[in-house]
Every structure is written in structure tokens, then in C-alpha cells.
Design a protein around this ligand. Structure first.
Ligand code: FBP
Length: 244
């Protein structure tokens, strides 16, 4: 099943258990069953690492939401420049029922060469199997001053395009005008914007509107949905912003 609906994408990210650890799961209701329900109700896809994808394989209704398996990851425990090694193969992701695969690169970090090299192998494999690749392109590390600066995010989008991504997931630059510059630097690449840390609901909704008005193909968000008691309602608002 495609991760698109009407040519747009709305993904629910739930890879935080590895990436951020328990700090994101301190309030009730962030268990996988609730997240799967939310994804099936409103999202075109659900992003998981292989452990959760494996454990809940039978419970995700693929006619309602598509599985996106993240192929690399890291914890928040290590210090220094980030490096996210590969933890799942494209073959394994397909066995798990994935409709797309995801891979994070941290351009500017000391791990950049290794991550770019692995990403290139994955891209070729994804091409062979005809499965879309989403690159999380997050410039980060000692060499990167500001991850959300427009020039930095423009470069992030362009890197993903050059590496052959079907979709690039990038950070929000803070305004519609600046995000338009990101969209324009990577023509024909489907850009998805990340949600980031939980912010006030109206600010988040406004951000989502700006991102879509700027020409993005969709959103891939996590904490700003499932950290809320009214997650369902906010997800429905996103649906109308992205698809209507
Ligand atoms: P959020 O909407 O919660 O920010 O999720 C998007 C995401 O890219 C996740 O896929 C990933 O786990 C996380 O953000 C990475 O966050 P960080 O920028 O803190 O590394």
C-alpha cells in the first residue's frame, strides 16, 4: 500500500523509544496499541523500528495505514557527534510488511561518510525492490551551528535529493517564507516536515498550515500528536490541513 493519499503524506512517527528513550513516554497512553489505532484512524503511514514492527506485525491493518520501517537508529545516551548505524535490512523491512523504508543521516557529523555510504547501498536496494526511501536529513554535530537555519535545511533537502530519496524529512525553518526556499531548492522531491518537541496546539496547527502552504508534500510527526490527551482531534485537524 502507498504511503500517499491524494498525492500527500501524513506519517505518525513512533521511533522515539530508541531515539529519545523513556523521557518521551512519561505520561499515560503512549503504548503501541494506542499509537497503532491513531495511525489507522488518520495517518497514511506509521514509522516504527523493527522491534515494534515485529512485535505488533499482526495488529497493524495495512489497508488503513502503511508501515514505514526505520532502517537505522541511535540512542540519546551517547555524547558527541551523532552516528546512527543500520539496524534493519531492506529485505527484513519488506518481510515485516513495510510499504516504505526510512534512513537518517546527520550531515556535518563525523559519522557522515559512513551514513552516506550505507544510505547509498540502501537506496540502490530500495530501487531494486521498488520500495520508496524516506531520508531523514538532519544536519547535526559540532560543525553545524543551527539545525533549523534556512540555509542548513535547504542543504539537508538537497542532500536527500542527491542521494536518491523519494521523500526527505526535514526540520521546520520557522516560517512559511523560509520553508518555501527549502521546497524550491529540491524541486520534484517530496518534502515532509518533522514535528519536533511538543508545543502549544495552536502553534503546532499553524506550523502545519505554513508547511503545506509552502509546498511541502506532507508531515511526519510524533510527539505533537501522541503526547496529547486530545491526540485524535489534533490528528483530524492535520488530516484536513494536509488533504483538504
Ligand atoms: P517528532 O515529530 O516527535 O519530532 O518526530 C519526528 C522525528 O524525526 C522522529 O522520527 C525521530 O525519532 C525524532 O523526530 C528525532 O528527534 P531529534 O531531532 O530530537 O533527534
Amino acid at each position: 500500500m502507498s504511503i500517499e493519499r491524494q498525492g500527500r503524506v501524513l506519517l505518525l512517527a513512533y521511533d522515539h523509544g530508541l531515539e529519545h528513550g523513556p523521557s518521551d513516554f512519561q505520561v499515560r497512553g503512549q503504548d503501541p496499541e494506542r499509537i497503532i489505532d491513531l495511525a489507522e484512524e488518520s495517518f497514511t503511514g506509521l514509522i516504527l523500528h523493527k522491534g515494534i514492527a515485529q512485535r505488533y506485525q499482526g495488529t497493524i491493518d495495512s489497508s488503513r495505514t502503511s508501515l514505514v520501517v526505520k532502517l537505522n537508529g541511535k540512542t540519546s545516551l551517547a555524547s558527541g557527534d551523532p552516528y546512527a548505524p543500520q539496524i534493519c535490512s531492506v529485505d527484513r523491512a519488506l518481510d515485516l510488511g513495510a510499504s516504505a523504508v526510512g534512513y537518517t543521516i546527520y550531515p556535518g557529523s563525523t559519522g557522515e561518510p559512513a551514513m552516506i555510504e550505507t544510505c547509498s547501498m540502501i537506496e540502490e536496494k530500495a530501487r531494486d525492490y521498488g520500495i520508496p526511501l524516506i531520508i531523514w536529513s538532519y544536519p547535526r554535530g559540532e560543525a553545524v551551528d543551527n539545525e533549523t537555519n534556512v540555509n542548513t535545511v535547504q542543504y539537508a533537502a538537497r542532500i536527500a535529493m542527491e542521494l536518491g530519496a523519494d521523500y526527505a524529512k526535514v526540520k521546520y525553518t520557522g516560517s512559511k517564507k523560509s520553508f518555501e526556499r527549502v521546497v524550491n531548492i529540491a524541486p520534484d522531491l517530496d518534502l515532509l516536515c518533522a514535528g519536533g518537541e511538543k508545543i502549544k496546539e495552536d502553534e503546532f496547527i499553524n506550523e502545519a498550515k505554513e508547511v503545506m502552504q509552502a509546498g511541502a508534500s506532507g508531515l511526519a510527526v510524533g510527539r505533537n500528536i501522541w503526547m496529547r490527551d486530545n491526540a485524535r482531534k489534533v490528528a483530524q485537524k492535520l488530516e484536513s490541513i494536509v488533504f483538504d
